[in-house]
Design a protein around this ligand. Structure first.
Ligand SMILES: [Zn+2]
Ligand SMILES: [Zn+2]
Ligand SMILES: [Zn+2]
Length: 136
């Protein structure tokens, strides 16, 4: 994957990709911790650098829901969206109904050529929903 994307293959890059491929939407600190459990002595800054390179090469996707630190995932290129829990911050994938960007046609764009609509769904995850019901 790295070579196809034109990136040099390095151990930190391989380790970060491995972690991302385990799935989910991970914060940098969590990625760094998991990388360190495989390779010793990888700085958080190095992990940031790798994530930047992977994102630019299209091998990782960076998402940053309001009020949450940036998170990274390996699921790229399918223009999927995210649903974020207002209670605990958990994030899940939601398939794009349209399938490609931009999902929404804004109509009048004042001359801008729109290539993306950033869609984030907000709500309560099943756990938080259950908790809320318990309060009643
Ligand atoms: Zn929740
Ligand atoms: Zn996702
Ligand atoms: Zn969409």
């Amino acid at each position: 994957m790295l070579r196809t994307a034109g990136l040099r293959v390095t151990r930190p890059r391989l380790a970060v990709l491995d972690v991302l491929k385990e799935g989910g939407h991970l914060e940098v600190e969590e990625i760094a911790a998991r990388v360190r459990s495989r390779l010793t002595s990888v700085s958080t800054q190095a992990v940031y650098d790798v994530l930047g390179a992977l994102s630019r090469a299209g091998l990782a996707r960076r998402i940053e829901p309001a009020g949450s630190p940036a998170r990274y995932e390996a699921r790229t290129g399918d223009n999927h969206h995210h649903v974020v829990c207002r209670g605990c911050g958990r994030i899940a994938d939601v398939d794009c109904v349209v399938g490609e960007a931009p999902c929404l046609d804004p109509g009048e764009t004042d001359g801008f050529e729109v290539d993306e609509a950033e869609v984030t769904f907000w709500g309560l995850c099943p756990d938080c929903h259950a908790l809320r019901d318990d309060d009643h």
